[in-house]
Write a new protein. Structure first.
Length: 281
């Protein structure tokens, strides 16, 4: 029985999975097309990948050990592949072993010495408050449920890399790249690292001054309102905005005044009469 696949990797037929993996990595590094520009290096690289695809899979290895090169019409794998009319190695292996072949073909291999690109992309939507303050967000991906840490101040469209949650290939795992969408808030608008919120101010306080309590994302604050506050006037709360992920400096919060007029029918009769008579046109 020929040992052509074992010969390709330079290991014995009794080689352990670890020995096979080490031999594969050494040869893949040597013949990778991005490194080895010699004629025939790319074909050798593909042959090494094909040999490892078979010998690293227990079921395929057992099948090859049983039938040897008779699976390739009595030829070694290299000669067999060269007679397949340009078919790629993934299609050849699929025709021999059935199933999914190499799960994406050699065209999916990146510059990582024969490893495919195992990273995957997904999108999540996080609540506005979590995007500002940070926290955990539950993710359901590929049948798995897990929490990811959302850093405070993350912006809409930014990406998070979750290690080890990508595709798996021959004992290696890629990463999950999450594109983050931030849900809209009914209360706040974000501009850079600043926040804006509309606050209701009763007419009496707007005219004569006073204090009101305002809930922010960080805590409740007491805001002093000056006399003759106008509609849409803005108040600044320093460092009550969003933390900058790079500098760790916080933005500000701007409170926009919405003067609330009392309902005419709820006013005292005498006050209504006086206002009607005395208020300027």
């Amino acid at each position: 029985m020929s040992n052509s696949l074992y010969d390709t990797l330079g290991v014995s037929q009794s080689a352990t999975p670890d020995e096979i993996k080490k031999a594969y990595r050494r040869l893949a590094r040597k013949y990778h097309p991005d490194i080895n520009k010699e004629s025939g290096a790319e074909e050798k690289f593909k042959e090494i990948n094909a040999a490892y695809e078979i010998l690293s899979d227990e079921q395929k290895r057992n099948q090859y050990d049983r039938y040897g090169d008779s699976m390739f019409g009595g030829q070694n794998f290299h000669d067999f592949a060269n007679q397949q009319g340009g078919a790629n190695l993934d299609e050849i292996l699929r025709s021999i072993f059935g199933g999914g072949g190499m799960g994406g073909g050699f065209s999916g291999f990146s510059g990582g010495f024969g490893m495919p690109d195992l990273d995957v992309n997904a999108r999540i939507t996080v609540p506005f408050t979590v995007s500002i303050l940070g926290g955990k967000h539950s993710v359901n991906y590929n049948g798995q449920n897990f929490d990811v840490k959302i850093p405070a101040g993350i912006k809409d469209g930014e990406k998070l890399r979750i290690r080890g949650k990508g595709k798996n290939f021959q004992g290696n795992s890629g990463d999950l790249l999450l594109s983050v969408s931030v849900a809209k808030s009914p209360e706040y608008e974000r501009e850079g690292n600043d926040l804006e919120k509309v606050i209701d101010i009763p007419l009496k306080i707007a005219l004569f001054g006073g204090k009101i309590k305002v809930e922010t994302l960080h805590k409740e604050v007491t805001l002093k309102i000056a006399q003759n506050t106008k509609n849409n006037q803005r108040f600044r709360l320093k460092e009550y905005g969003v933390v900058d992920r790079r500098t760790q400096v916080k933005g500000d919060m701007y409170l926009k005044a919405n003067i609330v007029l009392p309902k005419l029918e709820e006013l005292d009769g005498d006050l209504r009469t006086i206002m009607e008579e005395k208020l300027p046109q």
